[in-house]
Design a protein around this ligand. Structure first.
Ligand SMILES: Nc1ncnc2c1ncn2[C@@H]1O[C@H](COP(=O)(O)OP(=O)(O)OP(=O)(O)O)[C@@H](O)[C@H]1O
Ligand SMILES: [Mg+2]
Length: 275
């Protein structure tokens, strides 16, 4: 069953002097429980698309429907904001309270959720991101990865159907990235629909589906293997495949009988066959 439906969606940023295309003629259906990774070079429209999905931006043309509710209908906007949660790049900009559990409670409080239910949700959300032990502490002393996990908990407390992460690992060290990704993968395994926007191609290899954007449009969709096997697409959209995959493309160009791979383990297997 689908949770997001985008039909002929276009949006431009307008000032008195100029108009910049954000996204153009997007058609996309996301199924409940899918793990989608959105890729594309700087300025191709990923963040614009994300903001259109939860009604932070509204379509100029076409429609976005979330679980059957159109974002263009003003009366749906609260419902949509609670159904589609967004986590952004900078964890420091997402903290609103000086005590972690108050921070996580902020979203459902704004939605008018009952006090006893908020308490339950805060407990559950902190547990889901492995941060229960920190509930009485202050977010400002946490590591970047921990802060992003709190940001995810704050979104989870609104019980969204879809979690969008817009380069939420970009400012983290490798350990912080790993912490956040493992939380996201666990949530997805438990049924959460996830849309992950990233420039780290190794974060894309576990996706159910990769959506590649270019100049405001969807250039391709496919499994990680399909996308990263397509050398022409990779070059055209200026993607940088995972290192092991890039090495295979180079070996293949030199005439070695190798196929594209997504992980180092697969690369080792393929190379051992060449012995
Ligand atoms: N607030 C804004 N006002 C005017 N133009 C904007 C605004 N935000 C984005 N744009 C433009 O819209 C286009 C799409 O930008 P968007 O931020 O969606 O790209 P992105 O794929 O998220 O890029 P990045 O990888 O750098 O985050 C770009 O040309 C950008 O310059
Ligand atoms: Mg962006």
């Amino acid at each position: 069953m689908s949770i997001l439906e985008l039909n002929d969606l276009s949006f431009s940023y307008k000032t008195d002097e100029e108009e910049t295309i954000g996204v153009k003629n997007i058609n996309l259906t996301v199924e409940k429980g899918e793990f989608i990774v959105l890729l594309g070079h700087n300025g191709c429209g990923k963040s614009t698309l994300a903001k259109l999905l939860n009604g932070l931006l509204l379509p100029d043309e076409g429609t976005v429907s979330v679980d059957g509710f159109l974002t263009s209908d003003e009366s749906n906007i609260y419902k949509i904001r609670s159904k589609v949660g967004m986590v952004f790049q900078n964890p420091d900009n997402q903290m609103v309270a000086s005590i972690i559990e108050d921070d996580v409670a902020f979203g459902p409080e704004n939605l008018g959720v009952e006090r006893s239910e908020i308490v339950k949700r805060v407990e559950w959300a902190l547990e889901a991101v492995g941060m229960s032990a920190y509930r009485k502490g202050t977010p400002f002393k946490l590591s970047g990865g921990q802060k992003q996990r709190i940001a995810i908990a704050s979104v989870l407390a609104m019980k969204p159907d879809v979690l969008i992460l817009d380069e939420s690992t970009a400012m983290l060290d490798p350990q912080g990235r790993e912490e956040v990704l493992s939380v996201v993968k666990k949530l997805n395994a438990d049924g959460m629909t996830v849309i992950l926007i990233t420039h780290y191609m190794d974060e894309a290899t576990d996706a159910d589906r990769i959506v590649v954007m270019n100049a405001g449009q969807i250039e391709a969709t496919g499994t990680p293997k399909e996308i990263f096997s397509d050398k022409e697409l990779i070059d055209r959209c200026r993607l940088h495949p995972p290192v092991c995959c890039g090495v295979m493309h180079k070996l293949s160009a030199l005439g070695f009988p190798v196929e594209p791979v997504l992980t180092d383990e697969e690369a080792v297997e393929v190379l051992c066959r060449l012995r």
